[in-house]
Design a protein around this ligand. Sequence first.
Ligand code: PMP
Ligand code: GLN
Length: 378
Amino acid sequence: FPSKLPHVGTTIFTVMSALAAEHGAVNLGQGFPDFECDPALVNAVTQAMKNGHNQYPPMPGISALREAVALKIEALHGRKYDPTTEITITAGATQAIFTAILAIVHAGDEVIVLDPCYDSYAPNIELAGGTVVRVPLTPGTFRPDFDRIGAAITPRTRALIINSPHNPSATIWSAADMQKLQDLLAPTNILLISDEVYEHMVFDGAEHQSAARFPGLASRAFVVSSFGKTFHVTGWKVGAVAAPASLTAEFRKVHQFNVFTVNTPMQHGLAEHLRDPAPYLQLPAFYQAKRDLFRHGLEGSRLKLLPSTGSYFQCVDISEISTLPESDFCQWLTREVGVAAIPLSAFYGDSFNQGVIRFCFAKNDATLREAITRLRKL
Ligand code: PMP
Ligand code: GLN
């Protein structure tokens, strides 16, 4: 039968993790921590199971977790979301984004994404019958180019997807960027999906500029977060979406027939864990130290470090080392040098090669040191 996604293969993250395992390479490819989460979080989940929280929770998520998410957003960004009608717990950010797209995109609608972008966006839009409109971020700096975004808007544009802190470039949007976006969208009915899964990983004193802070954006936005990133539990696949009631109502229509709801004991554990803001408030310092360790280790090596101002990624320019396509270089690096990385070309619509690859530094210091030792031999 005809494939619905003829040009799609297995995601690069799965491919590179398998290759890393096969060759015993240090896996700095797929983004996930190689250290444990806070044992208190595991205890809270275990306790929830022992307390009998093992059946279906309410469709939008348990109220304690929705309330905790609403309180957190209000404390950090000053916008009050109603946990009853405006917050939904999802099976990770992946499902949140897919569900939001399915809920709003009609056949023939255009959705603007900013290349490079996370690899699930485009297939999600296509599966919804939409057309992907790719607008490049500024080459070299990965800064948003609002003239180009504006020029891509047509009467068919249904939505725009943004992502700050940004995977893969590790750049962040400033308040001025968000303000410019707000001004650009003001005369339109374009909806916004703001992928903020790295919201607590911003460095050098910068602040995360959530779409929730900008009334003209928040009123049209699905603000997406992921507990997997924030609490070092990517395998749990629990996230949240904050959106105005009218958007949330449409979101939940799809959510209820997609996953229906998200596993109960983890929701209870996360609600309990969110009572203390310290774990996520400490995250910038925690990851900044890892970023600095990795960067200092690579200084003077043949890998040219690009800035990393947010997320848990570090991009490097390899164009002086090799003219191989990024993807071939990453395969070679994994096999021969023993360090797995992700080619930036995987985040573009066409196979655009600029000689840049991405490392994930959400790793134990010993893992990072081993990778540095190997990479310095390049
Ligand atoms: N968006 C971006 C930008 C991501 O990097 C990721 C995780 N790799 C996701 C969404 C998906 O997050 P989750 O694991 O919560 O589904
Ligand atoms: N978001 C992670 C990354 O960019 C991977 C998630 C996944 O494997 N789907 O590496």
